[in-house]
Design a protein around this ligand. Sequence first.
Ligand code: FES
Length: 111
Amino acid sequence: MLEICALIDFPDGDRRLIPAADSGYELDIVIFREGDRFYAIDDACTHVGASHLKSRVEDGVVECWLHKGKFCLESGEPVRYPARIAAQIHAVQVINGVVTLFPGVHPRDAS
Ligand code: FES
């Protein structure tokens, strides 16, 4: 797991790029905050690899800025063409007021 920052320093609507060198995971990861929810996804769209850092997030869905493919951030499943391959998503939890990323751990597998 990787502590990112204090909850107060990660406001609603913000996003962070977590370099692979910092997380030990194979790819960079983007964390999004939407309301009280945090989501994390590989920073390489499964369509042709665009960074999600500047993609739009609404209602738990990320829309890739390049070709407008969409992915559910709760499951990683593609929900709009041309996205067809599920994205790797990662658990994010707030632990004792600290936003904490679990690289490589699907949210359904996080306790
Ligand atoms: S690179 Fe993301 S939809 Fe094409």
